[in-house]
Design a binder for this molecule. Sequence first.
Ligand code: MF3
Ligand code: CO
Length: 245
Amino acid sequence: MTGGARLAKMRESGRIVRKVLDELRAFAAPGVTTAEMDSLARAIISSEKGRPSFLGYHGYPAAVCISIDSEVVHGIPSGRRLKEGSLVSIDVGVFKDGYHGDAADSFFVGAAPSRSADELVEVTYEARRRGICAAVCGNRLGDVGSAVQDYVESRGFAVVRDLVGHGIGRKLHEPPQVPNFGTPGRGEKLTDGMALAIEPMVNAGTWQVRVLDDGWTVVTADGRLSAHAEHTIMVSGSDPVVLTA
Ligand code: MF3
Ligand code: CO
């Protein structure tokens, strides 16, 4: 297959991921359950002739991950209801025509509960943007990780170390791993056509996390807030192509 055909297929998966994220964000409101959001995601993905990438992945039981407040990632949709001021992170993966797209957004239901909570989300998106800007041909993975880490720490927050971004394409997770920390000039070199999921997870307090007894939900070790933002991108010269924008 030509590079252009692969790019077109990954753009299509990415388009559906974006549609799901936007519709779920619009649907989120006090009283809505995370299971209702998961159902909406399934309906959109199936109407677009895709398949949820996460459903059944290592036994994951839902279409999307919805992580609230101190939950970092991999929150399982349930009968729990959103509240005014909840910090919601939604992670969506879609498989269509042989290729995956993967992205996440974080936002508040209604108004942010505090100025610093608001800042946490703003810093998470800016960290993602800076990581993507460093994903240029000839740079190395350490350039991406350090761009994220240096910025986040300069703003007084912490990046999660135990979970990383990843290559993506025919499989949801492909090499290389894409850490949100690192040393400039170190690590694998980035080349044209590499597809990467860049996904900073930013904590208000300590970077340390633990996994709940459900075997999935990752939470902050100190119970403070965490936000997550992810895009699937393709390295292309000095202009990364964002496939889930
Ligand atoms: N975006 C996450 C990741 O790349 C979501 C995976 S959830 C899982 O790891 F259920 F698929 F594991
Ligand atoms: Co991912």
